[in-house]
Design a protein around this ligand. Structure first.
Ligand code: SAH
Ligand code: SF4
Ligand code: F3S
Length: 463
């Protein structure tokens, strides 16, 4: 038996892909190890959304390269194999091959199913580099070894048909391709049998799920924000289709685009008990001119209408967002419009990032790039506002009793358990017995919220 150490960067899609790679490697007798020194294969599943993500990977790749050199010097056999998959691999195949002679495998985002074959070749001393531009016509069903026990990622749509002018994702993940509802249902049923309680349906643009499966679909139509009239398949329909799987208590989805948040989806979430009232629908900017130059295809007013619709049906729904500051040409005034919208909408959480020019994206070569210092000072200010909003917003939970799905030990405080509310907010609480027995993970419990922090809440279990 051999061992693989896998380092995953980036989004939940990458985490899900890593779990599939572990499943594929298991079939050729590679088991996961947390100790890089015990590994026969080190795999980097990479992200390139911002330059900082690339840098994190390069420094770790360098360390792995030194380990490999050291092992061959010491005559340790078998030697260490190094593989790179994910979005940097997809984007920089030749550069990786030419500049890192110690990398044995470069595997594109559309080639995951070929990993066992590549590892076998690398074991024989070959260097393998394979990148496909598009996914195979028939989406392969991949084996999986999950790294979680209670909540599972389920890929439902791959790729993105939008062309936001800052974003490298369409280039590295290709066009939208949905999995069939039948395959997804099968996976969710298996998860339920394995004891999972929550599924998160994943896609770079998950709210466009199913439109490409429509018999009326054509490639020309399914571009930039296409919504078919009376779609045969949709995210709302998919949630209904998997809703009654016994054992699954909660269904979530990530990441949505405001353009595709339809009334049907909002109704579905508000009607179905297992569908969580949690909408991660990034807004990116609070300024109409910037949204236009980002090619986001909605305005501030449209976004606010969407928020209004969600909150009218579900007053307790969480709406969370991502924001980019320092997009090329963003003036101080336009940045302050973003600050204003965060305060006005009172998001339940926000990821903020300084704009990072990406290769193969239009805005990277635009004039009027905002200086780094200015971007950094804007992001510091925005983060302080986000924290104020969260602290204020979370106060409403104080002394309320919330339904929590227990996930395990708290990462912030090992002496506590943690779980999430339906709105995805993390709650930490003392490890106690529940109805006289040690509290098992995977239980839905009632927790009274006793302390509020911007990114987490604390509480006490109510027996
Ligand atoms: N599909 C989602 C976002 C996926 S990318 C959407 O449309 O909103 C995840 C986040 O990374 C984005 O929401 C954006 O805020 C950030 N991001 C993407 N490209 C970026 C760039 N070039 N610079 C800084 N942040 C970026
Ligand atoms: Fe990137 Fe835009 Fe697609 Fe989101 S919708 S993945 S930001 S191109
Ligand atoms: Fe990063 Fe690729 Fe996800 S660029 S954010 S890992 S789709």
């Amino acid at each position: 038996m051999k061992h693989v150490y896998i380092e995953t960067f980036g989004c939940q899609m990458n985490k899900a892909d890593s779990e599939h790679m572990l499943g594929l490697l298991d079939e050729i007798n590679y088991r996961f190890t947390e100790d890089i020194d015990k590994a026969d294969l080190v795999l980097f599943n990479t992200c390139t959304i911002r330059e900082s993500a690339n840098h994190k990977f390069y420094s770790q790749l360098g360390c792995a390269g030194s380990k490999k050199k050291q092992r061959s010097k010491d005559g340790v056999t078998p030697p260490l194999l190094i593989g790179v998959s994910g979005c940097v691999a997809q984007d920089k195949k030749n550069w990786l091959q030419n500049n890192f002679p110690y990398v044995d495998i470069v595997l594109g985002t559309n080639n995951i199913h070929m990993l066992p074959e590549f590892v076998k070749k690398a074991e024989r001393g070959e260097r393998v580099c394979e990148i496909e531009d598009e996914l195979p016509l028939e989406l392969p069903e991949l084996p999986v070894i999950r790294q979680t026990k209670i909540t599972a990622w389920v890929n439902v749509i791959l790729g993105c048909n939008f062309n936001c002018t800052y974003c490298i994702v369409p280039h590295v993940r290709g066009r939208e391709r949905s999995r069939s509802p039948e395959d997804i249902l099968r996976e969710v049923k298996t998860l339920a049998l394995e004891g999972f309680k929550e599924v998160t349906l994943l896609g770079q643009n998950v709210t466009a799920y199913g439109y490409d499966l429509d018999s009326n679909y054509s490639k020309e139509k399914a571009t930039f924000g296409f919504i078919p009239i009376n779609p045969q398949y949709s995210l709302g329909k998919l949630i209904r289709y998997i809703h009654d799987v016994e054992g699954i208590e909660r269904i979530r989805f990530l990441t949505g685009h405001p353009f595709h948040v339809t009334d049907e989806l909002i109704d579905t979430v508000s009607e179905l008990p297992k569908a969580c009232e949690y909408f991660h629908i990034p807004m990116q900017s609070g300024d109409n001119a910037i949204l236009k130059s980002m090619a986001r295809v909605y305005s501030v007013e449209k976004y606010k209408q969407m928020v209004e619709k969600i909150r009218t049906k579900m007053p307790n729904a969480a709406i969370t967002s991502d924001f980019i500051v320092g997009f090329p040409g963003e003036t101080e005034k336009q940045f302050l419009n973003t600050v204003k919208i965060v305060q006005e909408i009172e998001f339940d959480a926000c990821n903020t990032a300084a704009y990072s020019p990406r290769p193969n994206t239009p805005s990277a070569s635009w004039e009027k790039q905002v200086p780094e210092e200015e971007k950094n000072s804007r992001i510091r200010y925005l983060n302080s506002v986000v924290n104020e909003v969260l602290e204020k917003k979370n106060k409403k939970y104080l002394n309320t009793v919330q339904e929590i799905l227990v996930e395990g030990r708290s990462t912030r405080d090992e002496s506590k358990s943690m779980g999430r509310m339906r709105t995805n907010t993390i709650v930490n609480f003392d490890i106690v017995t529940y109805h006289g027995k040690p509290l098992p993970i995977g239980n839905l419990v009632s927790v009274k919220i006793t302390k509020i922090r911007p990114w987490a809440l604390y509480g006490e279990i109510k027996n």
